[in-house]
Design a protein around this ligand. Structure first.
Ligand code: NMX
Ligand code: MLT
Length: 456
């Protein structure tokens, strides 16, 4: 059945609800790749010289905001509407992607299938992919040893990235390249590495958590569980609501088009034909920055500092004073603002809906709700903030904290596990489409001055 949804973009012209019993993701991709290669060839030959906008000095000096410069097939971000995964919004994904139980949160494996193929999988296809991911999830012993070589106090992101780097020794892409693989076949070992990496990151991440906070006792994978459920289980959380939260969490953090720091870094590094492990480890180092993924840690620590100073039943006036105190000390209010979004992040909204359903009386959720009222007018009053609204990180911590995952320093690792799905999906397409080495032009201040004087 073809889904007819006028609001969907052209990138999902081939979106289908599958009725096919083809359970093999690899062979589906193999079928799709030649069609998409032709499509790209046609775009290049027919539209290669079409302009996409003018580059201004402000853009060059302003972190390339608004400069279109990347091809990213798996998702597209609208400043007002938020993210669409292959054309589907988060509420649409919640409706159409298979769930562990009727009406439940989407299974991240389903999203992986969607990102890779542009098609909504059926439950059998998702179950087959869950099984395949479980079969690839064994972690070689040297990975644990590499992590163990770090002090247990090292930041969880440092430990996690070290684990990902240690996984790199198994890269099929690197081995194939060394043997002289033909460029038309690059996508195949990239696919192998990507699926293995996606399969293995939850166990590596769970080990970091157990090592740091639970005396190093590892919990083996449960073969009856799906990807998100298993991740919660290996962390030590077996409650059904926490498993549902993890499915939602991993789904919504996976991809946010290509220009964000982690996705762009992964794509840039992979453009040198660095394998998916090297590329994803680089991406994680970007995610570990406080203006990007580390903001989820910063939000919960900041909320806890509010509670320490003013108590849980803080009034809105007290909260306003606290926000101003943060701003006046030269810090950002974590969890608010965005490089592209200009409205409330739909990833924030779906977490808010989850909280309203499962933990409406939680004091920290109520504090987050008060912040939603208090912070945007203050950021607007500052006069320079382009988006005063909350982003994904403003909400995730209080949900995790409610279910007992209270260690805020760990939160960015969860984001990292999820982001493997988006970054690796696009890396497979990067190689399938033969995308080139990324190498933009840079200039000096002297060059800018001379150029601008000449064109004045
Ligand atoms: N609190 C205080 N100041 C802010 C905030 C905020 N939440 N957001 C933006 N500003 C400031 C920003 O620092 C800049 O100041 P200055 O000119 O003095 O350098 C000014 O407003 C203009 O910034 P924008 O153009 O609005 O934002 P930009 O695109 O540069 O940065 C963020 C986007 C996300 C880095 C920024 O909004 C921010 O620092 N937010 C808080 C950290 C955060 O929540 N990051 C997570 C983003 C989502 N993610 O997961 O990656
Ligand atoms: C992300 O999910 O990557 C963040 O919202 C940051 C971004 O999109 O720039």
């Amino acid at each position: 059945m073809i889904v007819q949804q006028p609001s969907l973009s052209n990138s999902v012209r081939w979106l289908q609800i599958q009725t096919s019993s083809d359970l093999d993701l690899h062979s589906q991709l193999k079928e799709l790749i030649p069609e998409q290669q032709e499509r790209l060839k046609k775009i290049k030959s027919e539209y290669g010289k079409v302009q996409l906008g003018n580059i201004t000095v402000d853009m060059v000096l302003g972190g390339m905001r608004g400069m279109t410069g990347l091809l990213w097939e798996t998702s597209l971000l609208d400043p007002d509407e938020g993210i669409r995964f292959r054309g589907l919004s988060i509420p649409e994904c919640q409706k159409v992607l298979p769930a562990a139980k009727p009406g439940g949160e989407p299974l991240p494996e389903g999203l992986l299938w969607l990102l890779l193929t542009g098609k909504v999988p059926n439950k059998e296809q998702v179950d087959a992919l869950s099984k395949e991911l479980r079969s690839r999830a064994t972690i070689p012993d040297h990975v644990y040893k590499a992590i163990d070589a770090l002090p247990v106090t090292a930041h969880p992101m440092t430990q996690f990235t070290t684990g990902v780097m240690a996984l790199q020794v198994q890269s099929e892409f690197s081995k194939a390249y060394e043997k002289g693989i033909h460029k038309s076949k690059y996508w195949e070992p990239t696919y192998e590495d990507s699926l293995s990496l996606i399969a293995q990151v939850p166990a590596v991440a769970a080990y970091v958590y157990r090592r740091m906070y639970k005396n190093g006792e590892r919990i083996p994978m449960d073969d009856s569980l799906d990807y998100g459920g298993n991740f919660a289980h290996m962390l030590g959380f077996d409650g059904p609501e926490m498993q549902e939260l993890m499915r939602l969490y991993v789904t919504i953090h996976s991809d946010h088009e290509g220009g964000n720091v982690s996705a762009h870094t992964g794509h840039l590094v992979a453009s040198a034909l660095s394998d998916p492990y090297l590329s994803f480890a680089a991406a994680l180092n970007g995610l570990a920055g406080p203006l990007h993924g580390l903001a989820n840690q910063e939000v919960l620590l900041w909320i806890k500092s509010v509670v320490d100073e003013c108590g849980e039943n803080i009034t809105k006036d007290q909260l306003k004073d606290y926000v101003w105190k943060t701003l006046n000390s030269g810090k950002v209010v974590p969890g608010f603002g965005h490089g592209v979004l200009r409205k409330t992040d739909p990833r924030y909204m779906c977490q808010r809906e989850f909280a309203l359903k499962h933990l409406p009386n939680d004091p920290l959720f109520q504090l987050v709700s008060k912040l939603y009222d208090v912070v945007p007018p203050i950021l607007t009053e500052l006069g320079k903030v382009k988006n005063p609204w909350p982003n994904v990180d403003a909400h995730s911590g209080v949900l995790l904290n409610y279910y007992g995952l209270t260690e805020a320093r760990y939160y960015t690792v969860l984001f990292g596990v999820s982001r493997a799905i988006g970054i690796c999906s696009q890396l497979i397409w990067d190689r399938a489409l033969g995308l080139p080495l990324e190498r933009p032009k840079s200039v000096t201040m002297e060059w800018l001055e001379n150029h601008c004087k000449k064109s004045a």
